[in-house]
Design a protein around this ligand. Structure first.
Ligand code: SDX
Length: 428
């Protein structure tokens, strides 16, 4: 006998079914609440509200668990390639050797962007933030490939859009960076794998070839895997709700990039480095900044700390912290902001304010230190998050469409003025 939830309203008791997931997560299905009671629920920030069922990513905030299609993130980060993980998230299973080679070859063949993209890129001012450029150019792809504007057209057309997105976002990201510096762009080269191609487009100079360092490409591969999906976070929920109107995939991903940009979300990785630099410039007075973070009257927050779901360690932060140590020591880099980050973590994790609120380092706390070590400029950090998160956004959008999800349209509780009549301007 399946469980029910009983709610008594205005003297009448109503029963609502309880949904149980494969990891024993439980939810009250209130899809008939308004129809049977006239009430809606209210949950700002959706802290207690599930928007969908999903078979893609499972995370457990209390136990610090993160799995993509059942595979633990620790195993994927260590053993898989980023495109292997992208295939797993999007199509549901780890690819066979042939499937992976086919997937990789299709993506390699679509890494070029239309030359007219340069006209768009030239229109942006020097120093343009690459997130603004990436969001604009990704949605513009729907105009270069108008057949993509009907997401329900057919499976082949949708799959080509998926391949084009995965193939072209790194090119667009690298070109956005080159244009912002008014440097000549570097074209993708088929001899490189996905990560190496991006590194070459970012760092090859007209005067010299770029030598791919295996430590750097492995670190970037790991970072992209760790960012690949994270269930119904802010930007993924944005991609789903935009897609629920049957807007095309390019438009939905562009909206996701915009949502990710916020410093409370993916923009935190840039904000962490800026915060660490500010603390270093302030003489490394960590206690002062910890006090600011705890002060309710001070808008400063400890960037890279805290999470809506993880009230214990973010498992990704644990992996990234070790990778940061490995990359910096392998490259012989001594980055003082890494020491400041470790001191902040040590102090905060003993401080009752952070412990009581379950505020631990999240995925963004150490990632910027690795990006910096491999030469990625700070303003590109959130774009790196977007490149990593792209397969997750695609997988979630595809699942939403396959599930024939209804258009997203939350209700509200009105708190404005009651009915009143128009007053002529002379009488106001
Ligand atoms: C990502 O959702 C995801 O999965 C996101 C993500 C993904 O992979 O997609 O994991 C990626 O976005 C990671 C988070 C990156 N953001 C930051 O690092 C920015 C700093 N952290 C926060 O602003 C905050 O912790 C959030 C936004 C991440 C979570 O905010 P919540 O869940 O809405 O929690 P809250 O703001 O209600 O905070 C609860 C309490 C409050 O204090 P009280 O009112 O209870 O006294 O904790 C305090 C907050 O003031 N608090 C912090 C803090 N974060 C929360 N205090 C100081 N420093 C912080 N960083």
């Amino acid at each position: 006998m399946s469980e029910v939830a009983k709610i008594t309203l205005d003297g009448e008791t109503h029963e609502f079914p309880v949904v149980v997931g494969t990891e024993n997560e439980k939810a009250i299905d209130i899809s008939k609440l308004r129809g049977t009671t006239g009430y809606v629920t209210l949950d700002p920030g959706f802290k207690n509200t599930g928007s969908t069922k999903s078979a893609i990513t499972f995370l457990n905030g209390e136990d610090g668990i993160l799995r993509y299609r059942g595979y633990p993130i620790e195993q994927l980060a260590e053993k898989a390639s980023f495109l292997e993980v992208a295939y797993l998230l999007i199509y549901g299973e780890l690819p066979t050797k042939i499937q992976l080679e086919t997937f990789e070859n299709e993506i390699t063949r679509h890494t070029l962007v239309h030359e007219d993209m340069k006209t768009l890129l030239r229109a942006f001012p020097a120093g343009a933030h690459p997130m603004g450029v990436a969001a604009s150019l990704i949605v513009s792809l729907s105009t270069f490939y108008p057949e993509s504007q009907d997401p329900n057209r057919n499976k082949e057309a949708l799959n080509l859009t998926i391949i084009r997105l995965l193939a072209k976002l790194p090119t667009i990201a690298a070109w956005a960076y080159k244009f912002s510096k008014r440097h000549p762009v570097v074209y993708p080269k088929n001899k490189y794998n996905y990560v190496e191609n991006f590194l070459n487009m970012m760092f090859q100079l007209p005067t010299e070839d770029y030598e791919v360092n295996p430590i750097v490409s492995k670190a970037l591969n790991t970072l992209l895997i760790l960012h690949a999906d994270h269930e119904q976070n802010c930007s993924t929920s944005t991609v789903r709700i935009v897609g629920s109107s049957h807007a095309n995939l390019y438009a939905s991903i562009s909206a996701g990039i915009s949502a990710l940009w916020g410093p409370l979300h993916g923009g935190a990785n840039q904000a962490v480095i800026e915060m660490l630099e500010a603390i270093k410039a302030d003489g490394g007075n960590i206690d002062k900044w910890i006090a600011k973070a705890k002060d309710k009257n001070d808008p400063f927050r400890l960037m890279g700390f805290g999470h809506r779901v993880y009230k214990n360690f973010d498992p990704r932060a644990t992996i990234i912290k070790k990778a940061a140590d490995d990359v910096l020591s392998s490259l012989g880099i001594d980055d003082p902001v890494l020491d400041i980050a470790k001191q902040i973590e040590e102090i905060a994790l003993k401080d009752e304010y952070f412990v009581k609120r379950g505020l631990y380092p999240n995925v963004d706390f150490y990632s910027g230190i690795i990006y910096r070590a491999i030469g990625i400029p700070t303003e590109m950090f959130t774009v790196m998050f977007a490149i990593g998160r792209l397969p997750g956004w695609i997988a979630q959008w595809k699942e939403m469409l396959e599930d024939k999800a209804p258009i997203g349209r939350p209700r509200q509780i009105y708190t404005g003025p009651n009915k009143r009549d128009y007053v002529e301007i002379e009488k106001r």
